[in-house]
Design a protein around this ligand. Structure first.
Ligand code: ADP
Length: 233
């Protein structure tokens, strides 16, 4: 193989933060900026539920209750997804890993594709999270997210892009939100220590600001430093 054909190692950006910390929104900005795909385990799982296939039927109750689905399933979904051709230059992990077993598996998966990883930790206050999630609305047709406070639609209750009536995501109801946050504190938050120990690139970003562009600005600064050769400077 000639030197020009030597493949660059893919970059794996791990977006880490509690439900409502803005991972999905920041992932979309990163996709536009870096032209690498977003891998949202939540979106993939919801897609299975929508298509009512065997996986969807097996997980629908757990998802509705705000519980995590099995590590085996999400590990398998992520394994398959990162081997798709559009992930060759890199990818953004949004909502994965969420448990110690997933984090261990992720290390193996990333090593197998020789990915260079960088963890972005979005740090947000608990009360801000509750108000954000309960104000959240989604377009059932195109998936665009809105928020009563930080990102209202131009016309109340309808999607800017296709005029569809906005809905509350099933697991954004308040009692379910509290359960999801409890799960996060129990199972996911401790992974920060794991990342501090295993990852030499970790960016902590204050994501309490209501303006997502401001948060993205901080992410860009961090990534430009962490990935000098890869990221547009
Ligand atoms: P949020 O980050 O706001 O909780 P997600 O869309 O990431 O929303 O996740 C929604 C739900 O999907 C979770 O409550 C859980 O049931 C399931 N889920 C998503 N990712 C994972 C994962 N990595 N492991 C287990 N369950 C997951």
């Amino acid at each position: 193989m000639g030197i020009a054909e030597v493949r660059k190692k893919p970059v794996a950006i791990i977006l880490f933060g509690s439900p409502g910390s803005g991972k999905g929104t920041q992932a979309k900005y990163l996709v536009e900026w870096l032209h690498i795909p977003q891998i949202s385990t939540g979106d993939m799982l919801r897609e299975h539920i929508r298509s009512e296939d065997a996986i969807g039927k097996a997980i629908v109750e757990r998802m509705r209750a705000g519980s995590l689905v099995s590590d085996e399933l999400v590990n398998q979904l992520v394994f398959e997804r990162i081997h798709q051709p559009d992930c060759e230059r890199g990818f953004i992990l949004d909502g994965y890993p969420r448990t110690p077993a997933q984090a261990e598996e992720m290390i193996r998966l990333l090593a197998a594709v020789e990915a260079r990883e960088v963890v972005i930790h979005l740090v947000v206050d608990y009360n801000i999270i509750i108000s954000r999630i309960t104000g959240r609305r989604v377009c059932p047709k195109c998936g665009t997210l809105y928020n009563a406070i930080s990102r209202p639609p131009k016309t109340a209750g309808v999607c800017d892009l296709d005029g569809t009536k906005l809905v509350v995501r099933d697991d954004d109801r308040e009692e379910v939100v509290r359960e999801r946050l409890a799960q996060y504190e129990r199972q996911t938050q401790p992974l920060i220590e794991f990342f501090r120990a295993t990852s030499d690139r970790m960016i902590e970003v204050d994501a309490s600001d209501a303006a997502p562009e401001v948060v993205f600005g901080s992410i860009q600064v961090g990534l430009k430093q962490a990935l000098r050769d890869l990221v547009p400077q």
